[in-house]
Design a protein around this ligand. Structure first.
Ligand code: SF4
Length: 246
């Protein structure tokens, strides 16, 4: 659990309006070094073909789980889990994120946040209450649209990296890679850009079919991709680098 909790700013919204699409009670893989519960917040305006949670892209009228039930669950498991991860969807889409994080942090849990950096302003607002961020960065910033389907989406991601680095928070920047979306040179180009921005913890994650609804992506082979040379070139750019195949 979080050791030093300093809460000196009032939240702006009510946590019980947070729209949750689902919850994983225990995860050892979503927050490095922590056993954590994962809350999946509804909603994302982007449309990445490789999205693992496309069912979370729309926001429904009601939250699938009442906030009071989430807090009750966390209270009962407080001795068994170290942290709570807010994931999605894109959790920063929700105006209630700030207070939801604040409420959970007040219970003593470390806070993890998964984001694609779609809402840099809200990301900057919640960072003071967050202990660790996993930030998904998708492509060289001028080519984001081919992944997200949204013009100029790279500018938002770029601003989010700046906000995250400026905050001094612990983080991992990661990129999902697929041979039809990013070629080897684009991987190195993106990594070089991130390193020049000051990113020092970077991960490449090979595309996984799990949850993906894009048949073309699923049908394409990833054999031999990325090359050992690409991994070596990227690895040299960061003090900490991880390549995940699954
Ligand atoms: S940004 Fe994340 S949640 Fe949104 S569509 Fe892309 S992969 Fe899915």
């Amino acid at each position: 659990m979080s050791a030093n909790i300093s809460l000196n700013a009032p939240p702006n919204s009510t946590a019980d309006t947070l729209k949750i699409g689902g919850m994983t009670p225990f995860s050892a893989t979503d927050y490095p070094g922590m056993l954590a519960a994962v809350l999946f917040v509804q909603g994302c305006p982007w449309r990445c073909g490789y999205c693992h949670n496309p069912h979370l892209q729309p926001r429904t009228q009601e939250s699938a789980i009442a906030w009071s039930d989430v807090l009750h669950f966390l209270y009962r498991r407080s001795e068994l889990i170290d942290g709570v991860v807010f994931s999605g969807g894109e959790p920063a889409i929700d105006p209630a994120l700030n207070e939801a994080i604040w409420s959970v942090r007040k219970m003593g849990f470390a806070i993890g946040l998964h984001s694609a950096g779609i809402y840099p302003r809200r990301l900057a607002e919640v960072l003071p209450w967050v202990d660790w961020v996993g930030l998904d960065i998708k492509a060289p910033f001028d080519r984001y649209e081919k992944i997200t389907g949204i013009p100029d989406s790279g500018k938002l991601a770029q601003a989010s990296i700046d906000a995250m680095l400026e905050s001094g928070i612990d983080y991992e920047v990661r990129t999902t890679i697929h041979p039809t979306l990013l070629d080897e040179e684009e991987i190195v180009e993106l990594a070089s850009t991130l390193a020049s921005m000051g990113v020092n913890n970077y991960a490449l994650q090979l595309f996984r079919t799990q949850g993906c609804t894009d048949d073309k992506l699923k049908a394409a082979t990833t054999a031999g991709y990325p090359s050992a040379d690409t991994i070596a070139r990227v690895s040299k750019l960061f003090p900490k680098f991880t390549f995940r195949k699954s």
